[in-house]
Design a protein around this ligand. Structure first.
Ligand SMILES: Nc1nc2c(c(=O)[nH]1)N[C@H]1C(S)=C(S)[C@@H](COP(=O)(O)OP(=O)(O)OC[C@H]3O[C@@H](n4cnc5c(N)ncnc54)[C@H](O)[C@@H]3O)O[C@H]1N2
Ligand code: MOO
Ligand SMILES: [Mg+2]
Length: 429
């Protein structure tokens, strides 16, 4: 007798998976390889930035008091006693009536408290001595970038778990990180199943299709920030498949299979979990696509049995695997970013289960709009290419109309959500 599978709500399924979340170990990488990784240590400013008062302009450093009374009828002149470029320090004290030619980024010489922009000065020479004059008085503090105005020593600038973007790279360099502690990339194994599968380089034959899921998932794994280990395709021999899964599981942090989780004669995954004595966390989720998504735990390692249908496989990865990866990197918001959007086209299919419609989301005069990105069957591959979001339609509805407000999950957003599954209300206009 065929075992009857009990569908569980999506949020419950995600909870069951997240109970197995763990933290990845750290490793040091050269700064040049840190972009795109997740930082494993907070960045604390060990110095002020800037570290000294400096000039934001090219001009002349002066003592502001000396400029008092300057006007167009009575310009005030300064004796130019030196010059200082960025990277150098003027080593004398500037005296009454003196000025130092200064370049952007150079430290303010001792004695000076203002910088006059080059454009408002007049320069001349008398008796082989350089002078500069100005026609207005300058207040103390004019054109000075003060020590610590950008960052004060001791400030925590980035918490651990943050994604290293180009701006974080700038901070790491500013504070002298030649090596950066990042979370070790999780290694995720991928196995495709099905005798119908051909690789992209092979010619199509009757009844066969090309294996798209493995390549799609490899990219999803990389987008989520992990590393792929591809084990190729299963053979048709169950005993051999069991051995392959057991061996693969030892070489990876997480193993994903695609296909073979339903009730077909060649759907081997349930038998494999049983043979391995793996604990099945669930094998049916009240969602479409991806209702057959199965997750099992074997010696604390997760085995994700994603559907063979491309759209179902894609959705299963983003909902269940991605948050495990991001949690391993201590990211505080490991799930897909949830937002509210306006539905850009009718979606008339009824939804007995929560439906994740692959969609294109975009802004239109400040409002997020989401339009289904094409053919919406679980087997669809075409609608994935332009999808950057899922429209989440709660179960028990009879279809949705253009203009309604719907929840969306954004696929290409780095911020993420802490827990996007609360209060998935029925939509409203
Ligand atoms: N009697 C029932 N039949 C099915 C049920 C059910 O509940 N009762 N569930 C259906 C649902 S829902 C889905 S989804 C699929 C899931 O099937 P499997 O996960 O077992 O996957 P396969 O049978 O191996 O393949 C399904 C489909 O996907 C194609 N496929 C497989 N691997 C790949 C790949 N790597 N790249 C591209 N396409 C792939 C495969 O050729 C099949 O067409 O089961 C339903 N059936
Ligand atoms: O698991 Mo299937 O994708 O619900 O169609
Ligand atoms: Mg099947």
């Amino acid at each position: 007798m065929l075992e009857k599978r009990q569908p569980i709500p999506v949020a419950e399924a995600v909870h069951r998976v997240m109970d197995y979340a763990f933290q990845a170990k750290n490793e040091l990488v050269p700064l040049t390889q840190a972009h795109g990784r997740f930082i494993a240590d907070a960045i604390r400013a060990d110095q002020d930035v800037p570290a000294f008062d400096r000039s934001p302009y090219d001009g002349y450093a002066i003592r502001s008091i000396d400029s008092q009374g300057a006007c167009s009828q009575q310009p005030v002149r300064f004796q130019v006693v030196g010059e200082i470029g960025a990277g150098y320090v003027y080593d004398s004290v500037v005296e009454k009536g003196q000025a130092v030619r200064i370049m952007t980024g150079a430290p303010i010489p001792q004695g000076c408290d203002a910088v006059v922009m080059l454009e408002i000065t007049h320069t001349f020479e008398e008796n082989q001595q350089k002078y500069m004059s100005i026609k207005r008085s300058i207040e103390a503090g004019t054109n000075i970038s003060y020590k610590g105005e950008d960052v004060q020593q001791g400030t925590i600038l980035i918490d651990k778990g943050q994604y290293i973007n180009p701006g974080v790279m700038a901070l790491l360099a500013t504070f002298g990180y030649e090596q950066v502690a990042v979370y070790r990339k999780m290694v995720i194994g991928v196995i495709a199943t099905g005798s119908e599968l051909l690789e992209p380089g092979e010619c199509l034959q009757p009844g066969k299709i090309r294996n798209s899921n493995a390549y799609m998932m490899m990219a999803q794994i990389e987008r989520a920030g992990a590393e792929v280990k591809y084990f190729g395709k299963f053979s048709d021999d169950l005993e051999l498949c069991i051995k392959i899964v057991e061996k693969a599981l030892q070489e990876v942090d997480i193993l994903i299979t695609t296909g073979g989780v339903s009730v077909g004669d060649y759907d081997y995954l349930p038998a494999i979990y049983q043979a391995m004595d793996a604990k099945v966390l669930f094998n049916k989720v009240a969602m479409r696509p991806g209702s057959v998504t199965t997750v099992a735990a074997c010696n604390d390692k997760l085995l994700f049995g994603l559907s063979g249908n491309p759209s179902a496989c894609y959705v299963g990865f983003e909902l269940f695997v991605r948050p495990i990866i991001r949690t391993a990197y201590c990211h505080p918001q490991p799930h897909l970013r949830r937002e509210q959007a306006r539905l850009g086209a009718d979606f008339t299919k009824p939804n007995p289960f929560t439906r994740f419609v692959r969609a294109t989301a975009y802004y239109e005069t400040g409002q997020l709009v989401a339009v289904p990105s094409g053919f919406d069957k679980s087997s669809a591959v075409s609608s994935l290419a332009t999808a950057n979001a899922f429209i989440v339609l709660p179960g028990g509805s009879r279809g949705y109309e253009k203009g309604m407000s719907v929840a969306v999950l954004l696929l290409e957003d780095l911020q993420g959500s802490e827990w996007p599954w609360d209060k998935l209300e029925k939509s409203y206009r």
